[in-house]
Ligand binder design. Structure first.
Ligand SMILES: Cc1cc2nc3c(=O)[nH]c(=O)nc-3n(C[C@H](O)[C@H](O)[C@H](O)COP(=O)(O)O)c2cc1C
Length: 177
């Protein structure tokens, strides 16, 4: 029987959803059955042999629905091999100091489950995609502060390498077939 893996995510602008799909494609290439779903559409984890959970970072935090998901399912997530990832923009900035903040955003997740692997990836941001004037303005100020242009900073090679590592960690050959 093929193993069944859930990749679940919280995303506002869609870039984290794209990262989740890419992770899913790499894991599916091992022969596993892969389901990719937003956290809000997942109710039960019982049928999965491994889980990958990811969230966009907004104001230094995972999105609320991702944290609620982890809290609600923490017992299952402690039992089922689980990896976590986050998508943010400060990793794309040319400032080593920003990179030191990034691992701390995983602390609320680590305090509830023990992930087998953690990934942090640069994402994408286009302020004009956001409808409210104040949101657009805030995001333009954020980009100016971290000295970055609006755009897509996702590194697909890095995401693929991480997914290959995660596949080996979550589904060691011969255990699940
Ligand atoms: C409201 C808002 C707040 C953000 N705050 C941060 C932040 O604190 N740190 C950071 O590195 N990136 C921050 N970002 C950038 C996002 O993490 C990045 O654009 C990510 O790719 C968004 O994922 P999504 O497209 O799946 O929503 C923020 C983006 C938005 C829209």
């Amino acid at each position: 029987m093929n193993s069944k893996i859930l990749i679940t995510y919280a995303s506002q602008g869609g870039s984290t959803a794209g990262v989740a799909s890419a992770i899913g494609q790499t894991l599916a290439s091992t022969g596993a059955e892969v389901i990719v779903l937003p956290v809000k559409e997942v109710t039960n984890l019982d049928s999965y042999q491994a889980i990958v959970i990811g969230s966009a970072v907004h104001s230094g935090k995972w999105m609320p629905e991702a944290l609620v998901f982890i809290q609600q399912h923490q017992n299952s997530l402690r039992r089922i091999p689980t990896a976590i990832f986050q998508v943010c923009l400060m990793l794309a900035a040319n400032n080593e100091q920003y990179k030191t903040f990034v691992p701390d955003w995983l602390t609320p997740v680590r305090s509830q489950i023990r992930p087998a692997a953690e990934g942090s990836f640069a994402g994408a941001l286009w302020p004009d995609q956001y409808s409210k004037f104040t949101e657009k303005l805030g995001l333009r100020i954020f980009l100016a502060t971290i000295k970055l242009k609006a755009g897509d900073y996702r590194d697909w090679d890095e995401i693929q390498k991480w997914s290959e590592k995660v596949s080996a960690l979550l589904l060691p050959k011969g255990i699940y077939g």
